[in-house]
Design a protein around this ligand. Structure first.
Ligand code: ADP
Ligand code: ZN
Length: 763
């Protein structure tokens, strides 16, 4: 026995005498500070009901304030860590059943470690509010007659009404609520209360649920006969399903190559064995079209999207947990769906940035999916026409199986893409506006031939800047360091970061000059231009301003399907998933909007966006083509996108990442520090970096620290922002140095900071 161990035991001895050492102990974590974990003794009367995954009420701190916490573990006997002090008893159990299965508990524990986020906070994010609040349920008291009473029913001397009520209840095949009993026995509440008081009736309360609505009836569709490439892809996935090991298949298939049909047939296989599948799609492609496709092929489809009410979400959750749901289709958070026998996870458009959560815990759904899949030994299928370079690299190293769908369905050609050099246009153009002459001509032809046109412009609003030519002042949000955007509707200027709104100024707010200029192009201005140029066309705009109301997506898709829209204008939300055969022209108004962002993924984002939107055309017999307007026609990302050549893009981009150690060549953690005082905030950011630096050099690690520097969005909602990047080869090492440094340090009162592991957002 080591010296330390002896000391430890000696100290532990006194209470061991008066308190049994093998009493069950519950470990709990809290959703807020202090997060725990803390240990509590479980009182005997609660022991039989308590399970890990339930919430409990526990006394906290000196004042023994009662707080709610998640029970994450029950152990027999005191864990080592809590031997040095007396344990309190937990007070009560909150839930009738665990909110999380043991495997989901393990998954959330892993998330807490990987994303450096307290476990309690992860749990609070993973279990939907509607489930925590038991939304849509109510507490109901059910009455029954104990068998001992039933046996001597005829011997009891009772007033007539009470006797009748007791007889009716005893004769009922199931327990009744007081209202039901009063109705059946034709009495008031009085006699029933009296029976309860005399102890002749048992009452037991439980929660009842609103009935699950089931799903809308959709016409059933049959399997399509797969083409050769699809068959190969399906076979690979089925191999993975049958291998009993966790395997990941990357389906790299051009737009319109029939990836979804392959997923569906793989899921049919899984469902045939009584298992469930989770299909993740980006929130904005959770369209009625996608959902209808799954509903036409499976009986039990649960759809988890962000517009669900708490009651609906809770009902869906219960339905999924019951095992009656075969396929869960949803955005990011659907990865936590409580499927009892998971058989397959599919992530469509796996490159999409919406799979990363931008608040704590800042998880990436693909990463969580891989972890969940390896715990439950099920395969993961990732699909994309433009895989993230992270996934591509893993496929290159055979960590993922790669299957490729090179051709579109029915051998339809990919649309040809023309590049319009806006610089040349600018110098020679006679008319001003967003639409160049070649694009105007192509639109005229397409519309004349009865085709439909999609125009992509990734900026909403009317004018994207308001600037005074006299003093040069730009109208900026007072709380963010961001130019405000002019919105025609309501004549207002809006901050796109914090939604601060003011009346659009008719004169310069600084110098009162009357000729203030509204410049820069947003979707509203583009819409006005298209309406002016093509007065006979039906024009429709889709962006987050027009798509705010629930149901507005459905309405827009119904119009598209009915062919009522000639020109669809929109932001990136129109670039994904749309499958309409009559779209014969796609125009990209300005491919450069994201190209020069201070973000190492700017090229990748641009390549993805242009390739995806180009994929919306040429899906029918009539073919289609694409025109891309740009000021950077020689940019490799734009050239590669115009040739639909992902490999070419990856080949050009990967060496750049390699050179700087950026993902996927290296791993990255980003820290963001924000506060009201610029000086204090910066000083704190520097201190954190110094601590990390010294922890790195103490251990002689190969870790680079960049910054701190002002973040590209240097002020947001009234707070100054600084950020720093930690780069290295091994994510575990990076996490260790960051957590070692950050546990030692306490931020000044008005300074907050977050750590983002594997960040996607660099602004
Ligand atoms: P992706 O997801 O790769 O963009 P989709 O799965 O949306 O492609 O398929 C494009 C279109 O081709 C859809 O309308 C789909 O119904 C159709 N399709 C898919 N597979 C087949 C097939 N084997 N035979 C005929 N049509 C198919
Ligand atoms: Zn703002």
């Amino acid at each position: 026995m080591t010296k330390q161990q002896q000391l430890f035991d000696a100290e532990a001895a006194p209470w061991e005498l008066d308190e049994a050492d093998d009493r069950p102990v519950a470990t709990v974590v809290l959703p807020e500070t202090p997060f725990g974990p803390f240990d509590y003794l479980v009182p005997d009367e609660l022991l039989s009901r308590l399970e890990a995954g339930m919430r409990v009420r526990v006394p906290l701190g000196r004042g023994n304030r009662t707080v709610q916490a998640y029970c994450v573990r029950i152990t027999n006997g005191r864990p080592e860590a809590s031997r040095s002090h007396r344990l309190k008893e937990l007070h009560a159990i909150v839930d009738n059943a665990p909110l999380l299965t043991p495997s989901m508990l393990r998954l959330t524990e892993w998330m807490s470690e990987y994303y450096l986020c307290p476990w309690g906070q992860v749990l609070e994010a993973v279990v939907p509010a509607g489930v925590r609040q038991q939304a849509g349920t109510r507490e109901v008291t059910f009455l029954s007659v104990p068998t001992s009473v039933a046996a001597r029913l005829t011997q009891l001397k009772l007033p007539r009404k009470q006797a009748e009520a007791l007889r009716v209840l005893a004769a009922s095949p199931r327990s009744l609520t007081a209202t039901e009993l009063a109705r059946s026995a034709q009495c008031t509440a009085g006699p029933i209360k009296e029976l309860q008081r005399k102890g002749l009736i048992n009452s037991e309360s439980s929660r009842v649920h609103r009935d699950y609505d089931g799903q809308p009836k959709v016409e059933r569709e049959h399997q399509l006969a797969l083409n050769a490439e699809q068959q190969v892809a399906l076979a690979k996935i089925l191999d993975a399903i049958n291998s009993q090991e966790q395997e990941t298949v990357l389906v790299f298939g051009v737009t319109g190559s029939g990836k979804t049909e392959v997923y569906i047939q793989a899921i049919e296989e899984v469902v045939a064995f009584g298992r469930q599948a989770i299909v993740l799609v980006p929130e904005i492609s959770l369209t009625p079209q996608t959902v209808a496709r799954f509903r036409s092929r499976f009986d039990g489809v649960a759809v988890l999207h962000s517009h669900l009410s708490n009651v609906e979400r809770h009902a869906q959750w219960r339905e999924i947990a019951s095992g009656r749901v075969q396929v869960v289709v949803g955005a990011r958070s659907a990865i936590f769906a409580p499927t009892p026998h998971l058989g397959l996870i599919v992530i469509d458009e796996e490159h999409d940035a919406s799979f990363k959560q931008d608040s704590l815990p800042r998880y990436h759904a693909s990463n969580v999916a891989l972890q969940r899949a390896s715990m439950e030994k099920v395969p993961v299928v990732l699909g994309s026409a433009t895989p993230s370079l992270e996934s591509w690299r893993r496929a290159q190293r055979s960590e993922y199986q790669l299957v490729e769908l090179e051709k579109r369905i029915l051998e339809r050609p990919l649309p040809d893409v023309g590049i319009i050099d806006l610089r040349a246009e600018y110098q020679s153009r006679s008319s001003r506006g967003a639409i160049s002459r070649p694009l105007h001509q192509a639109m005229t032809t397409a519309l004349r031939d009865g085709g439909h046109v999609i125009l992509l412009l990734n900026r909403r609003g009317f004018s994207t800047s308001i600037q005074c030519p006299a003093c040069g002042g730009v109208v900026k949000c007072p709380d963010c360091d961001i130019a405000m955007t002019h919105h025609r509707e309501g004549e207002k200027a809006v901050c796109h970061y914090c939604d601060h709104q003011i009346v659009a100024p008719p004169v310069c707010p600084e110098c009162q000059f009357e000729g203030i200029r509204y410049g820069g192009l947003g979707t509203q201005r583009l819409e006005a231009e298209v309406r002016a140029r093509f007065s006979n066309a039906n024009v429709f705009r889709m962006d987050s301003d027009t798509m705010q109301k629930p149901g507005s997506h459905e309405a827009a898709f119904a119009k598209l399907r009915a062919g009522e829209i000639d020109v669809l204008i929109g932001t990136q939300m129109i670039a994904k998933g749309l499958d309409f055969p009559n779209v014969t022209l796609v125009g990209v108004i300005n491919a450069d909007t994201a190209l020069h962002f201070p973000d190492f993924r700017a090229s990748e984002r641009t390549f993805q966006l242009v390739t995806q939107v180009a994929g919306r055309t040429g899906r029918g017999d009539r073919g289609g083509h694409v025109l891309v307007q740009t000021l950077s026609p020689e940019h490799p990302a734009i050239i590669a996108a115009s040739k639909h050549d992902y490999r070419r893009f990856a080949k050009a981009e990967l060496p750049v990442r390699e050179e700087f150690g950026y993902p996927p060549s290296g791993k990255m953690i980003r820290g963001i520090v924000r506060g009201e005082s610029e000086l204090v905030t910066e000083a704190f950011a520097e201190k954190v970096c110094e601590l990390i630096e010294s922890s790195v050099s103490d251990r002689g690690l190969q870790v680079r620290i960049l910054g701190p520097s002002p973040a590209p969005i240097s002020k947001l909602r009234g707070k100054f922002r600084f950020h720093f990047l930690i780069l290295g080869q091994d994510i575990d090492v990076l996490r260790q140095v960051v957590s070692a440094a950050t546990t030692k340090i306490k931020s000044p009162d008005d300074v907050q900071w977050v750590i983002d592991v594997d960040p996607l957002d660099m602004l």
